[in-house]
Ligand binder design. Sequence first.
Ligand SMILES: Cc1ncc(C[n+]2csc(CCOP(=O)(O)OP(=O)(O)O)c2C)c(N)n1
Ligand SMILES: [Mg+2]
Length: 788
Amino acid sequence: MPIEPARLEILNALTRKVLWLSSWTIHHANHIRPNVDGLKVGGHQASSASLATIMSALYFSVLRPQDRVAVKPHASPVFHAIQYLFGHQTREKLENFRGFKGAQSYPSRTKDVDDVDFSTGSVGLGVAQTLFASLVQDYVKAHGWAKDRPEGRMIALVGDAEMDEGNIFEALLEGWKHGLRNTWWVVDYNRQSLDAVVREGLWEKFETMFRNFGWDVVIVKYGSLMREAFAEPGGEALRKWIDQCPNQLYSALCFQGGAAFRKHLRDEIGDQGPVTKLIDRRSDDELLALMSNLGGHDMASMLEAFEGIDHDRPVCFIAYTIKGVGLPFQGHKDNHAGLMTVAQMEKWRSSQNIRPGHEWDEFEGLPREPAEIEAFLSSVPFNREGRRRLSAPEIAVPERLTFSPAAQMSTQQGFGLLLNELARGDSALAERIVTASPDVTVSTNLGAWVNRRGLFARAEKADLFRSEKIPSTFNWDASPSGQHIELGIAEMNLFILMSALGLSHAINGERLLPVATLYDPFIERGLDALNYACYQDARFMVAATPSGITLAPEGGAHQSIATPLIGMAQDGLSSFEPAFVDELAVIMRWGFQHMQREYGEGGSVYLRLSTRSIDQVQRIMSPELEAGITEGAYWLRKPGPNAEVVVVYTGTVAPEAIEAVGLLGESRRDIGLLAITSADRLHAAWTAARALRRDRRGVAHLSHIEKLLAPLPRDCGLVTVIDGHPSALAWLGGVRGHRVEALGVEHFGQTGTIDDLYRHYGIDANAIIDAAESLTSGAPVRHRKLAV
Ligand SMILES: Cc1ncc(C[n+]2csc(CCOP(=O)(O)OP(=O)(O)O)c2C)c(N)n1
Ligand SMILES: [Mg+2]
């Protein structure tokens, strides 16, 4: 249905306003704000302009409150401008764009005030996030939750060069497997990246690829001015010329203007007949307006495209645009960091009828009365419910997580048992847990959980092995009530899915408690997505197993060294490396609570687990021990008053540490054994305590590790040991100034038995004894571990 002219006029006026406000925001940050640091705001101006019409069409007309959008990072000024017009963004924050606590460069869920649905910044991730958010919406609906909420569309505004990111393709494949719906990706096809003009014919690759994955593709190439011109005599020749014009040349001509277009058109298709007439009927300005009227800059064409969708299949819109459209550097291949000069801005200001000093006024220079525009804005469907961030009540976590103990166990096995126990019960916690694994469900010990809780799929699908009565340990029927999402191998997908599941409370108003399993070394494969999930405050638990060199014979590429440091350094993620399963039970219980705490208090949880089966300690879990485990450390053996050396270990090397302490006992006094369950939490609390003391607010406040180490004599040595990079524990020497011998693994790749490798890398009992000896005076240690 053609759009009413009056409505079109308002939408076009708002688009101009949005382009103005976003450009003014950038200009202000560069030329007006005092104390600018000399760093110019690049990468926004041209990139934003590209999307002004498309975003105005969406936000002012097409979107409904339940729809969610990931905005291309550099279009953030456009997003903020639209929110400003809705009254959700402040002038103060816009004036302080990119400044301390000002509006963010790239839309940020956690730091921006204007209701960002999904953060973006690292290109590609926000795009995939919308796909997984849609799968999560299906999951929530299939489980019978959020019944009163209409289904939303998950929409990504995608840069054409952003499509180079591999994670997008990985996500596409996964989406196809799960019957993706309600997802729109709008490719801003300006044929420019940061550095260059993109290859010819890229759109054809996109088109076939998307169709291949079951998406509808809508190409919005020509604006209405163009379509009108094509209907004139000679118009077909013009269309042909446009279609055949190389991207580089089209960009260059857009930059040069109407006269340059005229020359090329005359030389290349001029016929002294209808085509020439078509061209000559237009002034240079009119000709430029025609040639830059690509579909993505034409409100009517974009509305037609969006409103033409009457189904829930995924759709890719390829909208032709010009990077920097309407600005002096439009189309120039170097325009990514392009900025307008003060003089250019002045000229543009007066052409928009904006008086000096009224640059921020919402209604300044608009062709309609403010009251009419206001009424229009308040009738916009997207804005009907105001802010759209939802919340969900906390899910109760049982007092204790239980498991059937065995004398010898690995933490990975314990993890499986703990989840199996949860799966057997009918707690609210178990109901809200969703697990996912990138093709390592069985090998990370999730099998028992899946047997009980089933695979998730929108449609029932029986496990044919089961129906054929072929014996198998695993019965994996898929159904809408299943609670395990089986993914392909791509770890990026795992973490983006975590990001989507872990925001369900805010997006769907239904809380989910996602748990992911993967091999520890492959955290690095998905690291940017993990970082992204944490950045936008999604809440999830990652059990990474096996870890370290402890999976010895597996060798090379499956050994992880750096992950303890990743766990410590990753903001928003509390990492743990327990040795015993009773510790893991306490940590997971704490984790499920931590995942539900407010922004700034809670976060996600990383469990670095091992497949190594070790003797379990028999003990009663006291509240004090529980506190030590969740705060990150406790004395497994308290040091005496004259301790000469303390052995500090984390994780699966506990038996080596225990053995070394036993052997050292006869030669060194008062030895202590400190169990570290979370170097990350210990370190974080230590930093926080120092900051508190520096601020003089809590002079007496000591962190957990400071209290633990306080009784040690000054000359007591610390031997730290970890199946991972030694620096994860070496910092303990800085706490009270004790000397440290930090043992760990700095090289990888060797295969062998655990004994071989622990000896080779120097993290076995004898290496601990050697290190203790080097830190202490006195006679040589009498006992050593005998070679096996
Ligand atoms: C993972 C990642 N790599 C690199 C960048 C730097 N970067 C920002 S935008 C961009 C390319 C922009 O091209 P396109 O996606 O086509 O958007 P346009 O600027 O044309 O609107 C690059 C390389 C980034 N933000 N994220
Ligand atoms: Mg581009």
